[in-house]
Design a binder for this molecule. Structure first.
Ligand SMILES: Cc1cc2nc3c(=O)[nH]c(=O)nc-3n(C[C@H](O)[C@H](O)[C@H](O)COP(=O)(O)O)c2cc1C
Length: 419
C-alpha cells in the first residue's frame, strides 16, 4: 500500500520531532518516497542530515534559501504528494495552518497541495486542550484535515495527560488508512474475527488454542487500507491489533457469538478467521481447583465435562436463510489436518459460505503463529484455487479481491452506481 506513494512529512519544532525520524525510516523501508520539510524551529530539535540520510532525498527547510531550489519545489512537492503529514504538529503550526498562513515552506506546501492533510498534534496537555488549539483543530477538520488524536501518558514536561505523539505503528496505520480511503472497499462495513477463544475451567485456567490472530489482523489491515470501515472482534492473540479499526475484545465463544451477531447487523461482509472452541466446560469452578480437593474423583483424577458451543457460522446461516442479513457475504476458514479439500468443500456447503479458506495447518509455513500461509480458496460456485505459500497479508489481499466483486453484485454502493 505504501510502496511507490509520495509522502511529504512536515516536522515542526516539538520535542517529539525525534520520533518522526523512525517513522520516515519505516516509510522508506515500506517503499514510499518521502520528502521531509523541517520548520525553522524543528531544526533546533533535529538535524536535516538525519532526515536526508533516512529518506535518501534532500530535506527542505528554508523557503528563502539562495539557490531558489526550495522555492521552486514548493508547488511541485504539493502537486506530487499523495499525502501531507505534519508530525509533530505544534500548536503554533496548527494555528498557522488554521489561518491559512503561508509564511514558511511547510505552510506554503499545505496550501498548494490537494493531497489529504494528516495532522499529528503533540504538545504539553494544557496547550493541546487550550480553546485556541482545539478551535484551530476543529476548523482544520471541518476543511477536511484528518487529526490523529494524541495519546495520553507522561509528557516531556513530566505531566500526565493527552499530548503524546503516537508511536510509529499507529502513525503508519493512519497513513495507510488515509491513502486507501478511496479504495475498492471504500464505505463498506466489514467484520473480521481473529484469534482464539478461551473457555474457563476455573478463575485462573482455561482451554484455549494456538491461534495467534495474525491472519485476522492481516485481513482487518488490508480491508482498512482499501477504505473499509472495519470492526475487528479479537479473542486471545499474541500480536498487537491494528490501529484504525473498531476493536472489540472477546473471551469465550459465547461472547464471540454475541459480538458477531451484533456486529453483522450493519455489515456487508463477515470474515471469520477466529479459531473457535467447539466445546466449553459445562460448569467452570468458581474457585481455583486444587489437588486433593473435593473437585477430584476418588482416584485423584479430574473430570471436566464439556458441552458443545454454539456453531456461530451455522447460526448466521440460519439467520440469513430466515431473511435476516440477506446480503451479508460470509467467508469462513477451515484449519484442517487431513483430507483438506474434501473436508473444506463439505464445510462450505454446510455453513452456506460464499468463500471458504482452507489450510493444512500441518504444512510448514502454514497456519498458527506463522507469518505465512498456504491456502486453498473455495467458492460457493464450486471454484477451487490453490494459492502458493505467501504472507498472511498477501492471503488477505487475495481474499478481499474475491469478496469485492461479490459485494458489488449483492449490495452495490452508490459509488458503484456512479460508474
Ligand atoms: C524545549 C521545547 C520544547 C517544545 N515542545 C513543543 C511541543 O512539543 N509542542 C508544541 O506545540 N510546541 C513546543 N514547543 C514550542 C515550539 O517550539 C514553538 O511554538 C515554535 O514556535 C514552533 O515553531 P513551528 O511550529 O514553526 O515549528 C517547544 C519549545 C521548546 C523550547
Amino acid at each position: 500500500m505504501l510502496a511507490g506513494k509520495r509522502i511529504v512529512v512536515g516536522v515542526c519544532g516539538g520535542i517529539a520531532a525525534y520520533k518522526v525520524a523512525d517513522l520516515v525510516s519505516k516509510l522508506r523501508q515500506a517503499g514510499a518516497d518521502v520528502d521531509v520539510i523541517l520548520t525553522e524551529h524543528a531544526e533546533r530539535f533535529v538535524s536535516a542530515l538525519t532526515f536526508s540520510a533516512l529518506s535518501q532525498r534532500p530535506v527542505y527547510g528554508d523557503l528563502w534559501e539562495p539557490t531558489g531550489e526550495a522555492a521552486a519545489r514548493h508547488i511541485a512537492l504539493g502537486r506530487e504528494a499523495d499525502l501531507l503529514l505534519v508530525a509533530p504538529a505544534t500548536a503554533n503550526t496548527i494555528a498557522r495552518l488554521g489561518q491559512g498562513m503561508a509564511d514558511d515552506l511547510l505552510t506554503t506546501v499545505a496550501l498548494a497541495t490537494t493531497a489529504p492533510l494528516l495532522l499529528a498534534p503533540a504538545m504539553e496537555s494544557h496547550m493541546y486542550q487550550h480553546a485556541a488549539t482545539q478551535a484551530n483543530l476543529r476548523l482544520l477538520a471541518e476543511r477536511g484535515a484528518i487529526v490523529i488524536p494524541p495519546e495520553s501518558g507522561r509528557l516531556a514536561s513530566g505531566e500526565i495527560g493527552p499530548g503524546r505523539l503516537p508511536e510509529t505503528p499507529t502513525l503508519l496505520a493512519w497513513i495507510s488508512k488515509t491513502l486507501g480511503r478511496n479504495g475498492d472497499l471504500a464505505g463498506r462495513r466489514v467484520v473480521v474475527t481473529a484469534g482464539g477463544t478461551r473457555e474457563p475451567i476455573d478463575p485462573v485456567r482455561y482451554i484455549g488454542n494456538h491461534s495467534s490472530g495474525l491472519m485476522g489482523f492481516a485481513l482487518a489491515e488490508e480491508a482498512r487500507d482499501r477504505g473499509a470501515d472495519v470492526t475487528l472482534l479479537a479473542g486471545s492473540v499474541n500480536a498487537i491489533p491494528p490501529d484504525g479499526v473498531t476493536l472489540r475484545r472477546v473471551g469465550t465463544t459465547l461472547e464471540l457469538r454475541d459480538a458477531t451477531l451484533e456486529a453483522i447487523r450493519e455489515a456487508e461482509a463477515l470474515v471469520m478467521a477466529a479459531a473457535v472452541a467447539d466445546y466449553r466446560v459445562e460448569r467452570p469452578a468458581g474457585h481455583k481447583i486444587k489437588k486433593g480437593s473435593a473437585d477430584e474423583n476418588p482416584d485423584g483424577s479430574l473430570t471436566l465435562h464439556l458441552t458443545p458451543n454454539p456453531d456461530i457460522l451455522a447460526e448466521i446461516n440460519a439467520l440469513v436463510t430466515a431473511g435476516g442479513a440477506p446480503r451479508l457475504i460470509r467467508v469462513g476458514f477451515a484449519a484442517e489436518t487431513t483430507d483438506v479439500e474434501r473436508n473444506a468443500a463439505a464445510k462450505l456447503a454446510r455453513k452456506g459460505l460464499d468463500i471458504l479458506v482452507a489450510n493444512d495447518v500441518t504444512k510448514p509455513g502454514s497456519g498458527f503463529g506463522t507469518e505465512t500461509n498456504e491456502v486453498i480458496l473455495l467458492s460457493a460456485g464450486g471454484a477451487s484455487e490453490r494459492l502458493p505459500l505467501m504472507t498472511k497479508r498477501e492471503v488477505a489481499r487475495a481474499i478481499w479481491d474475491r469478496v469485492v466483486p461479490l459485494l458489488r453484485d449483492r449490495a452495490p454502493s452508490s459509488r458503484d452506481a456512479e460508474h
